[in-house]
Design a protein around this ligand. Structure first.
Ligand code: HEC
Ligand code: HEC
Ligand code: HEC
Ligand code: HEC
Ligand code: HEC
Ligand code: HEC
Length: 306
């Protein structure tokens, strides 16, 4: 970490950058909360930055990144979306940051999952944003192998706190790779219990796990797959494609799996099976739950209803 190594020059250029952004940004995005850009008279920048009393490790932040995000998105006041418990809390907003509407019912499970608990049960696997691990499976290496990322994980590995053109403020560049996730129109109010991701959603996961992003037909049985880590489940196709003999996305244990809304037939994506934050699913035999949505990898039976 570079805490103590901020030079005076870096400090001045950040102050200037803050001022430039302050005067330049006038168009508010529809992201909600303090992520809106500048509304003069609201504490938008100051809710995360201090010019003279910053104690975070970089960018004059009030706290280290994940701690900062959790100060509002945890169980306390600040935001309705409590990502610690993966739950929408209708009374969670602080009036100062309360901008925009949402039509999500109190207590609804959030779409990303949880980092501490989810659906009232402790999380069994989650992306590690707390102590920031950085060894990612398939990051420039074959599936099943892992390699180090340039930066360790935090909330801002995936989200841009200043807003972006992507769904849910996902970064436009992650791990040096372009990420583009289409936002399906949610209407005037935010909807935190219906997936509204569209084309490109797999570019998020592929930015760090590129070799898992296999879109060729028959990749579960094509011998050519062996050299890149073995047979693997295809993504990016319709759920009823080719060798899925009796396809459904609803039904098994009452579950409906989300697909990437693409206009002409929705597509299977990484997040059809995985949650991006964390899952509380369990396996009978103590295997790693790998961010999978359902107990015992039950996602398979939802689509392959044999
Ligand atoms: C929700 C918290 C939050 C708010 C609100 C916020 N920032 Fe930031 N800002 C961050 C974080 C976190 C970083 C560290 C870089 C990163 O991880 O993306 C950062 C970094 C920066 C940087 C360093 C360059 C960069 O983009 O990394 C500047 C300049 C900046 N912010 C200006 C602003 C201004 C001006 C405002 C008000 C319009 C503002 N920020 C509002 C969280 C916030
Ligand atoms: C000062 C309080 C505050 C801080 C700090 C904060 N947020 Fe938020 N954030 C909000 C509020 C309020 C919303 C609007 C939705 C809600 O009420 O939960 C929001 C919304 C979001 C959304 C959803 C955007 C959308 O399109 O609907 C994301 C993603 C997000 N924040 C990420 C972050 C990250 C990452 C950080 C840390 C860098 C952070 N937030 C820090 C208050 C905060
Ligand atoms: C691996 C990438 C990734 C990381 C790391 C990550 N998020 Fe997210 N986040 C997502 C995605 C993808 C969604 C959209 C989920 C959906 O709509 O299905 C999301 C959704 C959200 C939302 C909207 C509510 C919801 O659950 O849908 C908030 C708020 C949010 N993230 C905040 C955070 C905070 C705070 C952190 C750090 C503690 C964090 N995220 C870390 C990818 C990530
Ligand atoms: C910024 C890089 C980054 C992005 C983007 C990212 N991951 Fe990860 N992922 C990691 C790292 C690092 C680990 C290993 C450490 C950890 O669990 O955080 C990991 C671990 C995992 C694991 C294994 C978890 C376990 O229990 O061992 C799965 C599954 C996974 N990621 C799926 C996804 C999916 C699906 C997406 C897209 C929604 C995604 N990842 C996006 C970096 C990333
Ligand atoms: C969202 C729907 C969906 C889910 C969930 C799903 N599958 Fe599939 N599966 C498909 C489709 C569509 C195909 C055909 C893909 C192709 O063209 O290669 C397929 C193909 C397969 C194949 C045949 C591959 C080949 O090339 O012969 C196997 C085996 C398989 N899936 C196993 C699983 C397992 C195990 C799981 C749970 C981890 C699972 N599937 C979850 C839709 C799904
Ligand atoms: C059809 C369901 C399904 C889809 C779609 C899917 N996964 Fe997985 N994934 C699993 C299951 C089940 C596991 C648990 C280990 C296993 O069976 O291979 C897993 C494991 C993982 C792991 C942990 C390391 C490992 O190999 O065990 C990573 C990383 C991962 N998936 C990333 C991705 C990414 C990135 C995508 C999209 C490009 C994706 N997955 C799409 C079901 C799926």
């Amino acid at each position: 970490m570079t805490t103590k190594r901020h030079t005076f020059k870096q400090f001045i250029s950040l102050v200037i950058a803050l001022m430039v952004v302050f005067f330049a940004v006038s168009v508010a995005s529809a992201n909600g909360g303090p992520h809106n850009g500048v509304d003069v008279g609201t504490p938008d920048c100051a809710s995360c930055h201090r010019i003279n009393s910053a104690s975070g490790t970089q960018s004059l932040l009030v706290q280290d990144t994940t701690t900062l995000c959790m100060s509002c998105h945890g169980t306390g006041l600040g935001a309705n979306t409590n990502v610690a418990d993966g739950m929408y809390m209708a009374g969670g907003d602080d009036y100062r940051y309360n901008e925009g509407l949402a039509n999500t019912p109190d207590g609804a499970p959030l779409l990303g999952g949880g980092f501490v608990s989810y659906k009232g049960k402790p999380v069994t696997s989650a992306h590690d944003v707390v102590d920031g691990s950085s060894m990612a499976w398939g990051n420039g290496v074959a599936r099943g192998a892992s390699a180090s990322l340039a930066q360790s994980m935090s909330c801002t590995s995936c989200h841009d706190p200043h807003g972006s053109s992507n769904y849910r403020m996902l970064r436009e560049t992650i791990n040096g790779k372009p990420v583009s996730v289409e936002q399906v129109d949610e209407g005037a109010a935010k909807d935190y219990d219906t997936e509204n991701w569209g084309a490109g959603v797999d570019s998020l996961c592929a930015a760090c796990h590129d070799s898992y992003n296999v879109t060729s037909a028959g990749s579960g049985s094509d011998i050519a797959m062996v050299s890149s880590g073995g047979y693997t489940h295809r993504v990016g196709m319709s759920f009823s494609d080719g060798s899925n003999v009796n396809p459904e996305t609803i039904g098994f244990e009452g579950y409906t799996l989300p697909l990437a809304q693409s206009g002409n037939g929705d597509l299977v994506a990484c997040m059809t099976c995985h949650l991006p934050h964390g899952t509380s699913a369990t396996t009978g035999d103590g295997r790693d739950t790998n961010l999978i949505r359902m107990d015992n990898s039950g996602v398979c039976q939802v689509c392959h209803q044999l």
